[in-house]
Design a protein around this ligand. Structure first.
Ligand code: HAM
Length: 445
C-alpha cells in the first residue's frame, strides 16, 4: 500500500521565502500590544478536553464537530481550537488573577479545528490574540477594540469594517432564549438534527449554525438587542460613546452572536469583503462569567483573536508592505584549503558582530560561487586566495555598484568592514530620501 506522507488537508507550510511576512504581522501585533501594557504568555498546544467543554461550550460547532481529541491512557486531551480557554486556565493555575489588576496578556499560537478547508479556513491556523482580566468597565472594551484597530491600521489594512453587538448577561439571555425557543419551535422539523437538540439546550447556537436551511430560518429570528437588561444596555451605550471618542467607526450588527459560548455583553468582529466568504479577520468580546465557570473568583474579562493567515491574505490582496527579508551581508569565496579556513574565521567574527556572513561549503569553482552570491543577494563579496592570504589584504566588492574596497585581513577587519558597511547604508538612505524629495515636485514642475 502506498504511504501518504503529504501535508494533511487544511494545513500549510510557510516557506523561508515567505516567513518575513509572518514576522511583519507578529512584530507589529506584538509591539502594539506591548505599547498597551500587554505581556506575552505561552501555553500548551493541548489541554484536558473538559477545559473546552466547560468554556467554549458543549453545544457549539467547535466542540460538537471540530475538535481534535485523543485518548491517551485514561485521559482525553484536545488540541486547542482557540486560545482563550487555555490562557484563562494558565492565568488561574499560576495565580496571575491574584496579582495587580487588570492582568493583560497576549499570545501567538496555532489552533486546530476540523472544519471544511477553503480559502481562509484551515484546520491548523494561527492566531494573534489577547485577554484582559479585571475590568468590568466599557472603557476596557473600547481599549481592546482600539488595540485591534491599531494593529490592523499599522499592518496597512484598508476597508475593514468593525461590527459590534451586545449579547447581554445571563439575566437578559434567559428572556431571549424563551423568545428564540418560541420562534424556532414553529419550524422545528426543518432544523438540522444538531439544532433540534440546541433548541432545548442552547437556542442561541442555532443562530450561527452553518447549515443553509437553519441559516435561512434564523434570518428572521428575534434580536438579542431587544432583550437587553438596563445594565447591559447602559454598558453598550457607554462603549459606543468611547468608540466615538476614539474616532473609531463601527456598525451595529445585532446578528453577531459569535461561535463560542463564553461571551457576555460586548461582542465584535472586524470584517473585510475582499477575501471571500471567510472575511472575519478578528473576533472577540467580553466574557464576564468564564473565570468563575473555570473555578476562579468572579473576574470580568475580555479579549480578541486575529487569524494570522486571513490577515496575510488581506495584506497581499491590498499590496500592503512587508518587512524586507534579511539577505546575506557578505559572502566569502575561498580558493583552496587555507583560504577556506580564513573565510570560516572571518565569517565567525562578523556573525559575532551581528552580520549575516556565508562562505562556500561545497567546494565550487569561483564562477559558480559568484553566481551563488548573486542568487542569495549578498551585499558584499570577498574572494580569498593564496595572494590575499600572503599579503594580508583582500578586495571587498559591493555587489550593487561593483565598487571595490581594499581591506586588511588583520585584527581590525571587523571594524573596517563595519565602517564600509555603514557608509553604504547611509548612502542608500540618502538616495532614498533624495528620491522621496524629488518625486512629487518633479511631477508638478
Ligand atoms: P474566533 O472568532 O473563533 O474567536 O476566532 C478568531 C479568529 O481566528 C477569526 O476571526 C479568524 O480570523 C480566525 N479563524 C478562526 N477559525 C479559523 C480557521 N478555521 N481558519 C483560519 N482562521 C480562522 C476565538 O477564537 C476567540 N478565542 C477570540 C477571543 C479571544 N475572544 C475573547 N478573547
Amino acid at each position: 500500500m502506498a504511504i501518504n506522507i503529504k501535508r494533511p488537508n487544511g494545513t500549510e507550510d510557510v516557506l523561508p521565502k515567505d516567513v518575513h511576512k509572518w514576522y511583519t504581522v507578529e512584530k507589529i501585533a506584538r509591539d502594539t500590544a506591548e505599547s498597551f501594557g500587554f505581556n506575552e504568555i505561552r501555553i500548551p498546544t493541548f489541554e484536558n478536553t473538559d477545559l473546552f467543554l466547560r468554556s467554549v461550550g458543549e453545544t457549539t460547532d467547535v466542540v460538537q464537530k471540530e475538535m481534535y481529541t485523543v485518548m491517551a491512557k485514561e485521559t482525553k486531551f484536545t488540541l486547542r481550537p482557540e486560545g482563550t480557554a487555555g490562557t484563562i486556565r494558565a492565568m488561574l493555575q499560576n495565580g496571575l488573577l491574584n496579582e495587580a489588576m487588570p492582568q493583560r496578556v497576549f499570545y501567538i499560537l496555532s489552533c486546530f479545528r476540523h472544519e471544511r478547508p477553503q480559502a481562509g479556513r484551515l484546520r491548523e491556523f494561527h492566531q494573534f490574540g489577547l485577554e484582559m482580566a479585571g475590568s468590568a468597565s466599557p472603557c476596557a472594551d473600547a481599549e481592546v477594540i482600539l488595540l485591534a484597530k491599531t494593529i490592523l491600521d499599522r499592518l496597512g489594512l484598508k476597508n475593514i469594517e468593525l461590527y459590534i453587538n451586545s449579547i447581554g448577561c445571563p439575566e437578559c439571555r434567559a428572556k431571549y432564549h424563551e423568545a428564540l425557543r418560541a420562534y424556532f419551535e414553529q419550524s422545528k422539523d426543518e432544523l438540522c438534527e444538531t439544532c433540534q437538540s440546541r433548541l432545548v439546550k442552547n437556542p442561541m447556537r442555532i443562530l450561527d449554525c452553518k447549515s443553509p436551511v437553519c441559516g435561512k430560518i434564523a434570518e428572521s429570528a428575534p434580536l438579542i438587542l431587544d432583550y437587553l437588561c438596563e445594565e447591559c444596555s447602559e454598558h453598550f451605550e457607554k462603549l459606543k460613546g468611547y468608540l466615538t471618542n476614539f474616532g473609531i467607526d463601527y456598525k451595529i450588527n445585532p446578528k453577531i452572536v459569535r461561535g463560542l459560548d463564553y461571551y457576555t455583553k460586548t461582542v465584535f468582529e472586524f470584517v473585510t469583503t475582499e477575501i471571500g466568504a471567510q472575511g472575519t479577520v478578528c473576533g472577540g468580546g467580553r466574557y464576564d462569567g468564564l473565570i468563575e465557570q473555570l473555578g476562579g473568583q468572579h473576574v470580568p474579562a475580555l479579549g480578541f483573536a486575529m487569524g494570522i493567515e486571513r490577515l496575510l491574505i488581506t495584506m497581499e490582496k491590498q499590496n500592503a508592505e512587508f518587512m524586507t527579508p534579511k539577505t546575506c551581508d557578505i559572502y566569502f569565496a575561498p580558493m583552496g584549503e587555507a583560504a577556506l579556513s580564513k573565510a570560516m574565521l572571518l565569517a565567525k567574527e562578523l556573525r559575532d558582530y551581528g552580520y549575516r556572513a556565508e562562505y562556500d561549503m561545497i567546494g565550487r569553482g569561483i564562477k559558480a560561487q559568484m553566481k551563488y552570491a548573486n542568487k542569495i543577494e549578498a551585499s558584499f563579496t570577498m574572494v580569498l586566495g593564496d595572494n590575499e592570504l600572503s599579503e594580508g589584504l583582500a578586495k571587498l566588492k559591493e555587489m550593487e555598484t561593483g565598487e571595490e574596497f581594499e581591506i586588511k585581513l588583520d585584527d581590525k577587519f571587523v571594524d573596517n568592514f563595519d565602517s564600509i558597511y555603514i557608509d553604504k547604508m547611509l548612502n542608500s538612505l540618502d538616495d532614498a530620501a533624495d528620491a522621496l524629495m524629488t518625486e512629487p515636485h518633479g511631477k508638478e514642475n
